[in-house]
Design a protein around this ligand. Sequence first.
Ligand SMILES: C[S@@+](CC[C@H](N)C(=O)[O-])C[C@H]1O[C@@H](n2cnc3c(N)ncnc32)[C@H](O)[C@@H]1O
Length: 213
Amino acid sequence: MEQQKYWDSVSKKKEFTTPFHAEEFTKYVKKQDTILDVGCGYGRTLDELYQIGYQNLIGTDFSEGMIERGKRQFPYLDLRKKNSAVIDLPDDSVDAVILFAVLTCIRGNTEQKELMKEIRRVLKPNGILYVNDFLLNTDERNITRYQKYYNKYDIYGVFELPEGAICRHHSEQWINELLSDFTAIKYEHLTFTTMNGNKSNGFYFIGKTAQSG
Ligand SMILES: C[S@@+](CC[C@H](N)C(=O)[O-])C[C@H]1O[C@@H](n2cnc3c(N)ncnc32)[C@H](O)[C@@H]1O
């Protein structure tokens, strides 16, 4: 939770941009299903879902500022401040989890694995996970910053932004390992425009939990 302050500080001004493929998601998730958006920011994805008829929507984010902004912008959404690494919901209680551009905010392997474990815990058997996030880039600007911060963070792809954020771009090998408990339905490479207007490699993944939970 070391980056909470940063996300609070930008909560009024940042617009998040990683794309939501509604046409894919709606193939696997029914309108009455319970959907949890982890690291929901100000709730832009949940609002898209609400607008197309989904009703059981919950968003959690560790930034109070993001949650406050979301409540002002979309007063009909159920947005909750997340106070710890634990997701405050029972085991096997949600049909789908959305995780958009959140792994990029969590630099450590252990913390990322813990988050995925929590997501698995709250997802029902046959639950759907939809993730999008950033992959490593090979342009000079990115390579320079990956190399600059490698000694400090010990993971290639972690870097600091001048404004104070610590971000991570991931190797595909790591993403495969992180998502290995889920059976992939869809995995595609994308080019994202970042929240600061640059281009980056990215992916989106839709997967299913194993039947046994
Ligand atoms: C880049 S934004 C994306 C927000 C949203 N998912 C979207 O795509 O519009 C990342 C969000 O994740 C939140 N966040 C980062 N790490 C988190 C964590 N460990 N638990 C909960 N929220 C987290 C930040 O506060 C921020 O709102």
